[in-house]
Write a new protein. Structure first.
Length: 105
């Protein structure tokens, strides 16, 4: 059984050497993902509570922008997912449970 694609109909974009809306959105989403990751480091290394609060506000705004960008790309059919097989989900769930059990013992 092959994995099923989960996607919306793809919104067409111009082809060619020039950048199109999908290219810009892909770059935006990648940049936002990187900024969110970097902001988590800044949060953990904030030297005082005022700075932490500022970083936390920025982090939350970046997370909202990242999510909105992803949702728009998915809606336009520019971001697809694959349905995971039950066996893969169960295997990963068991692995995570084992890791959790090892941490607790």
């Amino acid at each position: 059984m092959e994995n099923k694609k989960i996607a919306n109909p793809k919104t067409p974009v111009p082809k060619g050497l020039g950048l199109n809306d999908q290219d810009y959105m892909t770059t935006l989403l990648s940049t936002l993902k990187a900024m969110v990751k970097d902001m988590t480091v800044a949060l953990t290394e904030a030297s005082n509570s005022e700075l932490y609060k500022e970083f936390k506000d920025m982090f939350e705004n970046l997370m909202k922008l990242q999510r909105a960008s992803y949702e728009l790309m998915f809606k336009l059919g520019w971001y697809t997912l694959e349905e995971a097989k039950d066996s893969k989900v169960n295997t990963l769930g068991n692995e995570l449970q084992t890791q959790l059990d090892n941490l607790n013992s």
